[in-house]
Design a protein around this ligand. Structure first.
Ligand code: 4AD
Ligand code: MG
Length: 480
């Protein structure tokens, strides 16, 4: 019975009429006791179902409330009304799930994103979140397609790990030890993890990169695409405690190859979404325009969403070194007029997002790749440049987002790598497996990490990262 269902998207896209079809979905609105706007999530466009006056029992019609789930069989006919080419003339309606109109939190009107975040379990049923999550799906698919077509191997790296890949120490601990103070202790009073599940201290992964490097030393071209976790207490519109990251790692690539791959990759997936999610992106572009129009003129972005995406697809990213960027920032009027919260005084400081956004949005007005950062503000595994001060790092900065990609050429020389680890107090014994790749057949290689939600934010134009992942995790919030 149920498998006769036709998707609303298919019905609306076809050019045939006058045939019988069965659809199932959720009632968005029911007007004039006659017109149901039905949505099944295949598209934001609703199918108009006409109940016809006097054809159905009043008891059934009363149950056609916003949010109710129904099954309708009827004849697809050309529509005389405005706004749709076809409509379904219902011959049979079955209520699959009632929805109490008084209690259903979604009303057929505009709700704020903040309110919808509180009912994230229902927000999929709005036009905005329908569009966002279909685009998110497409981007995920395009990512796999891009790498698959290039002959990369998709690698599943561990989620529970004993290493801190980034060396940033912002990890969530994984343990089965009791938390009531009875956990076994070492002589010095610290907790003994010998009796813990894994016999050692473990965490949720912050990055699959180190394991990715191991596999790249055999398959040449690999990528990961999985969840990563960071216990950084960042309550911003660009940080999540649980986010998805794509990390390609390629043997024999240097920094320039790495940049070329990242640019090609970003363009490809954006283009894919533009081709396959045209309607959803048009809807999101319209939403963004309305949102922008609420802002004072000076704060509005000059480009609409679709123009911005086309621009990124059509134009090369600006490439410059960290040192050149510091010069630009230092000499900028913004800096001289003390408009930065953190003034740029000299070489060596880490860039804040205000600086990144200045470069991208005000100075270059396009995505920017910054390279060759001071070694002291970057991770231990990045390749030391001949100047002895900088490493072959690259960050890609996107308009409205800031950092979207972080990557580097890796230090493949064992002596240089172990010296750097010692300087940074990273115990070599714990990363013996990693160092083995440098002992046995080491080779130049490079990779990067793209934050998936930041990409989805960029493509959908959503201002808050909490709106582009179904159930966001951030400080003091792990609902659903
Ligand atoms: O710059 P990050 O920390 O780099 C790495 O993890 C490297 N291991 C990647 C590599 O070379 N294979 O993170 C990479 C990207 C950032 O550019 C950002 O887009 C995203 O991950 N990211 C976050 N996204 C959401 N919430 C957070 N808390 C994020 N932290 C990083
Ligand atoms: Mg980074």
């Amino acid at each position: 019975m149920f498998n006769k269902r036709v998707k609303i998207k298919t019905l609306l896209a076809g050019d045939k009429t006058n045939f019988e079809a069965t659809v199932m979905g959720w009632v968005r609105t029911f007007r004039n006791n006659q017109f149901i706007a039905l949505n099944d999530g295949s598209t934001n466009n609703n199918l108009q179902v006409v109940t016809g006056l006097g054809l159905f029992d009043e008891k059934i019609l009363k149950r056609l409330t916003t949010g109710a789930c129904i099954k309708v069989t009827g004849e697809l006919v050309p529509s005389l009304g405005k706004g749709q080419k076809v409509e379904l003339k219902a011959t049979a309606i079955e209520i699959l799930g009632d929805s109490d109109a008084e209690k259903f939190p979604l009303q057929p009107k505009k709700h704020s994103l903040e309110f919808l975040r509180e009912i994230a379990h229902l927000r999929f049923r709005t036009n905005t979140f329908g569009a966002i999550f279909r685009v998110r799906h497409s981007l995920a698919f395009a990512i796999h397609k891009f790498f698959n077509d290039k002959g990369f191997v998709y690698l599943h790296t561990p989620i529970i790990t004993a290493s801190d890949a980034e060396g940033a120490g912002e990890m969530f601990r994984v343990t089965t030890l009791p938390l009531d103070g009875t956990a076994p202790k070492n002589e010095d009073g610290s907790i003994s993890f010998k009796d813990d599940f894994f016999g050692r201290s473990t965490n949720l992964t912050v990055s699959g990169q180190l394991e990715g490097e191991l596999a790249a030393m055999a398959f040449s071209d690999v990528y990961t695409f999985g969840p990563t976790f960071r216990a950084e207490n960042s309550n911003t519109t660009r940080h999540l405690a649980e986010f998805w990251m794509i990390e390609p790692e390629v043997a024999f690539n240097d920094l320039e190859d790495n940049m070329n791959l990242a640019e090609e990759f970003i363009r490809y997936v954006i283009k894919y979404a533009m081709e396959h999610n045209k309607e959803d992106l048009e809807f999101l572009a319209q939403r963004l325009t309305e949102e922008e129009n609420q802002k004072p003129q000076a704060e509005r972005s000059e480009m609409g969403l679709l123009d911005k995406l086309n621009f990124v697809v059509d134009n090369d990213f600006e490439r410059l070194t960290y040192t050149e960027a510091i010069e630009i920032l230092k000499e900028s009027n913004h800096n001289k007029k003390k408009k930065f919260q953190y003034l740029i005084e000299g070489w060596g400081v880490d860039l804040q997002s205000e600086h990144e956004r200045y470069l991208v949005e005000k100075h270059f007005k396009k995505p920017v790749i910054l390279t060759n950062y001071p070694k002291d503000i970057k991770s231990f595994y990045m390749r030391l440049n001949d100047d002895g001060k900088t490493v072959a790092a690259m960050d890609i900065l996107a308009p409205g987002i800031g950092e979207i990609v972080g990557g580097s050429q890796r230090e493949e020389r064992l002596d240089k790598l172990t010296a750097r680890m010692a300087e940074m107090h990273i115990p070599a014994e714990e990363l013996n497996w990693y160092l083995d790749t440098r002992r046995f057949g080491s080779c130049p290689h490079a990779g990067f990490g793209l934050g998936f939600e930041r990409l989805v934010q960029f493509v959908t134009g959503m201002g808050n990262i909490r709106d582009v992942i179904p159930f966001p995790r951030y400080p003091k919030s792990a609902e659903f």
